[in-house]
Design a protein around this ligand. Structure first.
Ligand SMILES: [Zn+2]
Ligand SMILES: [Zn+2]
Length: 237
């Protein structure tokens, strides 16, 4: 399995930086996971957009889904896709600018499981309004956990044991903890350590955050080196 970062700017795009989005690929399956602004553009650097198997949206905050509108236009008028599976919590379909075919909606909720090709997905409701779903993706004996957005009231442990890589939001530095329903790099480190994650990649940093400070605070809490997500970086699991 590979994880490609299409965008990782937290809450809104930074200068030259897309909002949240990732491409998860196994040998046979490709999933676009969150579709923040700028991620459709970056997606096309890595894959033919007509070849995606599904789009998974974690919640209805715009920094996680607005490029679904552009993808709808591309699929409907240019890519000849008759159906596109969109897995999302209940709230998004009403909010989405386009919701008709070729989009085929699958409403997901806490505890739900889905199989897309050879990737298994398991969802867990996080500490973040509105309904937000973290996701565990398993393929080929490897496991990726993605926190989506969450405050510290939800633990990565909720995704189960044996995560090879935890992709965890770390919007804040330690001195900003508690400003909203998001985690700091320190809190992400604490959560990943408790979950026994093999690797920790911090993401969703607020634009302007000092990446080195975030990495250091995360590493101290995790008890080992951590990485800070970078646009277009590819992580092998
Ligand atoms: Zn967000
Ligand atoms: Zn959010």
């Amino acid at each position: 399995m590979t994880l490609t970062v299409l965008g990782c700017s937290g809450s809104y795009p930074g200068p030259g930086q897309a909002a949240s989005g990732y491409l998860v690929r196994s040998d046979t399956t490709s999933i676009w996971l969150d579709a923040g602004s700028g991620t459709l553009a970056n997606l096309q650097r890595h894959i033919d957009p007509a070849a995606l198997d599904a789009v998974v949206i974690t919640h209805e905050h715009p920094d996680h889904w607005v490029d679904l509108t552009g993808y709808y236009v591309a699929c409907k008028y240019y890519l000849n896709r008759l159906t596109v599976a969109v897995l999302a919590p209940a709230g998004l379909r009403e909010r989405a600018y386009y919701s008709d075919a070729p989009l085929v909606w699958d409403t997901i909720a806490d505890g739900h499981r889905r199989e897309i090709g050879d990737i298994s997905l398991t969802f867990s409701r996080t500490d973040h309004p509105p309904e937000t779903l973290a996701v565990r993706l398993d393929a080929g004996g490897r496991s990726l956990g993605y926190s989506a957005d969450s405050g510290p009231g939800w633990p990565l442990e909720a995704l189960g044991p044996g995560l090879d890589l935890a992709l965890c939001e770390a919007t804040y530095l330690e001195d900003m903890e508690g400003r909203g329903q998001h985690m700091s790099a320190r809190q992400a480190g604490v959560s990943a350590r408790a979950a026994g994650a093999g690797r920790l990649v911090l993401t969703h940093l607020q634009p302007g955050t000092d990446r080195q400070v975030s990495r250091a605070e995360g590493a101290a809490a995790f008890g080992g080196d951590v990485e800070v997500a970078e646009e277009n970086a590819v992580y092998e699991l």
